[in-house]
Design a protein around this ligand. Structure first.
Ligand SMILES: C[S@@+](CC[C@H](N)C(=O)[O-])C[C@H]1O[C@@H](n2cnc3c(N)ncnc32)[C@H](O)[C@@H]1O
Length: 242
């Protein structure tokens, strides 16, 4: 998409208040890090998805300056919780300032430390199926491990979303053999082959992959005693004549 069209999309669809806008502006003051900040339209999509599934418990791997965290925290109902983790005190200190200003700090549980440790702790403490929504956006080298842990941590019907799955086009550049690009290629293959989830890969932003955890892995749907696939119960009785 060319710059004019991208600008148009943002003008007609992006909804940001002053707090989000100022957070983005403050983060943009670190030019070397501009690729770390999520595109605002992607963050808006994530909050729409979390709202659509009625997410009450959210996990984010890779907080940075907390833009997506803030968006997601605002979607939570009363009593909802969001766990986010990062290895950087520097970036998350900026994040906390904006969360406080937005009045959502009390629902955010920030954990400083490697995401591999945080996800292991969460599996021990909360167990599998304990989150509704997981967003993976930390270092790319460990993407496969993060994905596998996320699918374990998310409940059936919940969503796992992966960012940077096109990795600035490097995924299709044979010369790109660095650990991060290899990590993204590996997780893309892993997701494609994973029968625990339904998937869609969107070519917006830097590539966003959405995986919905199936209630029953493919080929293992419950069957009736006649060998027929059981259909979901109809909530509204169908009355003849209607
Ligand atoms: C792309 S940024 C995250 C952007 C953020 N989700 C947002 O919406 O603005 C990646 C973050 O992952 C963090 N990170 C890098 N290695 C990590 C690790 N092993 N565990 C947790 N976080 C890590 C970095 O410090 C950085 O803040």
């Amino acid at each position: 998409m060319d710059a004019d069209l991208a600008d148009y999309v943002r003008r007609v669809s992006l909804r940001e208040d002053d707090i989000l806008r100022e957070l983005r502006a403050e983060t943009a003051r670190f030019p070397a890090l501009h690729t770390m900040l999520i595109m605002p339209e992607e963050a808006q999509l994530l909050s729409l998805l979390a709202t659509a599934i009625g997410a009450r418990s959210v996990l984010e791997l890779g907080t940075f300056t907390g833009y997506t965290t803030l968006r997601l925290a605002r979607t939570l109902p009363v009593g909802g919780r969001l766990v986010t983790c990062d290895i950087s005190e520097k970036w998350t200190t900026i994040a906390s300032r904006y969360w406080r200003r937005a009045g959502v700090e009390d629902r955010i549980d920030l954990r400083i430390g490697p995401a591999l440790g945080t996800t292991a702790d969460l599996l021990d403490a909360a167990g599998p199926d304990s989150f509704d929504f997981v967003f993976i956006d930390a270092d790319k080298e460990n993407s496969v491990e993060y994905y596998d842990r996320a699918v374990e941590l998310v409940r059936p019907g919940g969503l796992v979303v992966l960012d940077n799955t096109l990795f600035f086009g490097r995924v299709v550049d044979p010369a790109a053999q660095d650990a991060a690009t290899l990590g993204i290629r590996a997780v893309n293959s892993r997701v494609r082959a994973d029968e625990r989830v339904d998937i869609s890969m969107l070519s917006i932003a830097d590539g966003v992959t959405i995986a919905r955890k199936r209630d029953h892995p493919a080929g293992r749907r419950p069957h009736t005693s006649h060998g027929q696939e059981r259909s979901a119960p109809c909530r509204t009785p169908i009355t003849p004549g209607h």
